[in-house]
Design a protein around this ligand. Structure first.
Ligand SMILES: *Cc1c(COP(=O)(O)O)cnc(C)c1O
Length: 390
């Protein structure tokens, strides 16, 4: 297959995937894999879920796109749902995670400009975070490897250590328009925010009239067992960014904004041609209904406890397992052996996993995963750990 026609931006695992069903995916030669990467936390209902297929089929026969020159009922309904679930005020729709972060950054800058003038434009972000690849989102992504070839990035951004209240306290001031945080850092290595840190961040944001932005692109949409990750913490942000699982494989992103940000936005401030088209919104509505009304969130709570128990016993058995962490079905295994080699061996044995940080492997099974597949994944991980350690 002439792969040289694809630009060299990704270090891919060398398999060509052709079809999938539920937790399983098949390569072009029919080899089966258990998919616990889920397209990086995107396929929240697994592959080819009937509710998603139905939404695409029905909506695509009715109306796919009209632009944001007009209203559609699908977009209105989805916005209403997201506001009702979050307690926030209004939604903006886009097509990806980085676009959601980009929109949140612009909304924060607009809020800063209206409330404190041009000097109130600074944004504080966390070390080790990941917010996306476009220049704005990249400017608040706390990892040198992603930023270094694209300097200079946007001005007015400052980084502090994740979970360090003192550092945040010393960097925030009246020129800060926003603080952006992943409640659980995903790509950076599955590192959870401490509840106290989010509480203090919220207090500081109120004190200095800055907006608290959560990037829930990866940890939201049911992954932790609650629809929004922040429900687990009880600390509500001023804006929340979503994407990945929101479309279950269909591209859609969103920012949901509270009163402060919502009231500062006016016509022409931001836009997206494709954003919130009726096809994407119909799929997202189908996902929401599966998660909230058909027991998928409850499944996450139950099955994640089962998965954690199994992983803890692997940790006791294998010295190469340093840490098991995360929440819900966003789980990291920290290894003392080479993670790339580990993931490749798992692929050989028929299990797809994702890397994170430098020494962490991520388990991101579909949210409707069943015990039998957890057992299968654990068996493979156990066998690969045994093989690579000795
Ligand atoms: C994946 C991810 C993004 C970027 O999403 P894209 O859809 O790839 O642009 C942003 N933030 C977080 C936390 C992510 O995990």
């Amino acid at each position: 297959m002439p792969k040289e026609n694809i630009l060299n931006t990704y270090a891919r695992f060398d398999i060509v995937l052709a079809e999938g069903r539920g937790c399983l995916v098949y390569d072009k030669d029919g080899r089966e894999y258990l998919d616990f990467a889920s397209g990086i936390a995107v396929n929240c209902l697994g592959h080819c879920h009937p509710a998603i297929i139905r939404a695409i089929q029905e909506q695509s026969c009715k109306l796919m796109h009209v632009s944001n020159l007009y209203w559609t009922e699908e977009q209105i309904k989805l916005a209403e749902k997201l506001c009702e679930l979050s307690g926030l005020r209004g939604a903006f729709f886009c097509n990806s995670g980085t676009e959601a972060v980009e929109a949140a950054i612009k909304f924060a800058r607009k809020y800063g400009k209206l409330t404190g003038g041009i000097s109130k434009h600074e944004i504080i972000y966390m070390k080790n975070s990941f917010h996306g690849r476009t220049l704005g989102a990249l400017s608040v992504t706390g990892q040198e490897k992603y930023q270094m070839n694209y300097m200079p990035l946007i001005p007015g951004v400052k980084t502090v250590e994740f979970n360090n209240i003192d550092e945040l306290n010393s960097e925030i001031n009246l020129n800060t328009c926003a603080v952006i945080i992943e409640p659980i850092q995903g790509e950076g290595g599955v590192i959870a925010a401490q509840k106290l840190f989010l509480e203090e961040a919220k207090k500081l944001c109120e004190e200095y009239d800055a907006l608290l932005i959560y990037d829930e692109v990866q940890c939201g949409i049911g992954r932790l067992g609650s629809f929004f990750a922040f429900e687990k913490y009880g600390v509500v942000p001023d804006m929340v960014c979503m994407a990945k699982g929101l479309g279950g494989g269909f591209p859609i992103g969103a920012v949901v904004a509270g009163r402060k940000a919502a009231e500062s936005i006016s016509y022409g401030d931001h836009g997206s041609t494709f954003g919130g088209n009726p096809l994407a919104c119909s799929v997202a509505l189908a996902i929401l209904s599966e998660l909230l009304d058909n027991g998928v969130l409850e499944n996450v709570e139950i099955i994640s406890r089962y998965l954690l128990r199994k992983l803890q016993s692997l940790k006791e058995k294998h010295d190469s397992v340093k840490d098991i962490r995360g929440m819900g079905l966003l789980i990291g295994i920290q290894l003392s052996i080479d993670t790339k080699k580990f993931i490749n061996e798992c692929i050989e044995e028929g299990l797809l996993l994702a890397g994170a940080g430098t020494d962490v492997v991520r388990l991101l099974p579909p949210l409707n995963v069943e015990e039998l597949y957890i057992d299968r994944a654990i068996d493979i991980i156990d066998s690969v750990l045994s093989k690579l350690t000795y």
